[in-house]
Design a protein around this ligand. Structure first.
Ligand code: TYD
Ligand code: MG
Length: 452
């Protein structure tokens, strides 16, 4: 019997080697080499076999831009994240934790676009399960074709003969090419299946939305090159226990990547959240120390969020620091600044920070609110309920100015907040907007302003 040959492939960069390495020689990542069954030479690149005709260069003026035609997905939040709708011929990869709502949103797009011919391919669920979900979501559309298939070549044939307006594939990890001997979900299968689907999408100008599972690190399972192949990568974020779901683009060839879409999971599927600030602030405790409202900018949209801080006496020599939704290293830095520059001592305190609502914020403009929440908890003094605070905190303890202060102030005013604490340099441009504005230069000033 012929011995099965195996090869080790890096899940990050796709580097191949006959033996295993702890550290990938290609990208220097540790523990990324995975064993795969070696393919025979003729089968290795199915997608490459397709590259047949020589494509001549053309003048840029001769290229028509009708390629940019977009479908309205029926969800304004999704359209915004995509940069204005689903582009014809584009391949969109949708990632997220299990149960976050990937299949649900695809089915709801089918419902919204009932006038189009849509092919929904599922390799995970049976037709009956899909029908049950479709009924639950109120899909009553006979143009929607359901296919439960995992063989990519059969799916491609079906696309070629039917020429649907839109294709959904759930999920790429269940798809396989028969000629390849490795199992579905392996790096080779995922990469080659995506390649084949990509070429079909481009050749026939049909948009395809593909679901991708995420691995335990939170990135899409399969080689990192997968994200390079596709046009757009969207991630569904949010705490599964809570109803809020955030859709974020991490790559988009047809739009900006810093927009987010906010949804709420209800018993009738995902509903768009028109007013995310209001949702993020619902259930905010009153008269309690350690909770502060800030305004962060997600793309072009200001969103008010509640920041909670908790400082308690530490039982161990090494105090614990924990942050949810905020960078851990930045939290350590802010704690150091609070101690050294403002005299608030956390050296024997456990410190916890939580951004309520499952949002993840990387913007430095929330620094000041995090400091205020921690000081408020440390001193056990509640901050003013009607105040919003934002600003970047520098290593010298100074409050640095931030961008788009006007937008943030107007969002705060719109939701009924009437006291805004912000960097001194930003305070001049935001007078007369309907709120009392207090420009601050350092952390002590800020806490005095927000706690009296
Ligand atoms: P699903 O889309 O199947 O998740 P994924 O494909 O990302 O793994 O979503 C499953 C979750 O959503 C499940 O926990 C039930 C919940 N859900 C609702 O709350 N309401 C609904 O109308 C639907 C269809 C699902
Ligand atoms: Mg699913």
């Amino acid at each position: 019997m012929a011995k099965i040959k195996s090869v080790f492939v890096c899940s990050e960069c796709g580097y191949e080697s006959p033996k295993w390495y702890g550290k990938c020689p290609g990208c220097s990542n540790w523990n990324t080499m995975q064993e795969e069954i070696k393919e025979s030479a003729k089968a290795t690149s199915i997608s490459q076999r397709r590259v047949s005709a020589y494509t001549k260069p053309v003048s840029v003026n001769e290229i028509s831009t009708k390629d940019e035609e977009r479908f309205d997905s029926g969800f304004r939040e999704l359209n915004r994240v995509l940069g204005g709708g689903i582009v014809k011929g584009s391949l969109v990869l949708l990632g997220g934790d299990p149960g976050i709502g990937k299949s649900t949103i695809l089915m709801q797009i089918c419902k919204n676009l009932s006038s189009l011919n849509i092919l929904y391919v599922s390799g995970e669920e049976s037709k009956r399960q899909l029908k049950l979900r479709a009924d639950r979501l109120g899909v009553t559309d006979s143009n929607l074709m359901i296919m439960t298939e995992t063989d990519v070549e059969i799916i491609v044939e079906e696309i070629k003969s039917q020429k649907p307006d839109l294709v959904m594939i759930d999920s790429i990890q269940t798809m396989m090419i028969r000629d390849l001997s490795s199992s579905a979900g392996s790096i080779t299968q995922v990469r080659e299946s995506t390649n084949l689907i990509m070429h079909t999408a481009k050749d026939y100008d049909i948009p395809v939305m593909v679901v991708g599972h995420v691995n335990k690190e939170g990135s899409i399972a399969g080689p990192k090159v997968l994200e390079h192949i596709v046009d757009t990568v969207l991630y569904f974020e949010g705490d599964k226990q809570m109803s809020c779901r955030i859709l974020r683009a991490v790559k988009n060839r047809f739009g900006s990547t810093n927009e987010i879409g906010v949804f709420e999971m209800t018993d009738k599927g995902l509903q768009e959240v028109e007013n995310p600030s209001k949702m993020m602030l619902s259930g905010r405790p009153k008269g309690v120390s350690g909770t502060v409202v800030t305004c962060s900018l997600e793309g072009t949209r200001p969103i008010l969020t509640e920041i909670q801080g908790l400082a308690t006496q530490s039982g161990y020599g090494n105090p614990r620091r924990m942050s949810t939704g905020f960078d851990y290293n930045r939290l350590s830095m802010l704690l150091a600044v609070l101690e050294k520059r403002a005299g608030y001592y956390f050296n024997n305190m456990d410190a916890f920070v939580n951004i309520v609502g499952g949002l993840r914020i990387d913007e430095p403009a929330v620094d000041l609110a995090i400091c205020m929440a921690l000081i408020s908890s440390l001193k056990d003094i509640p901050v003013l309920e009607n105040a919003v605070v934002f600003g970047e905190v520098g290593l010298a303890g100074e409050i640095r100015s931030i961008s788009q202060a006007q937008q943030r102030v107007s969002e705060a005013v719109r939701l009924g907040f009437d006291k805004i604490i912000l960097p001194y340099h930003n305070s001049k441009n935001v007078d007369n907007m309907g709120a009392e504005v207090i420009g601050v230069k350092n952390l002590r000033q800020a806490f005095e302003a927000i706690s009296e």
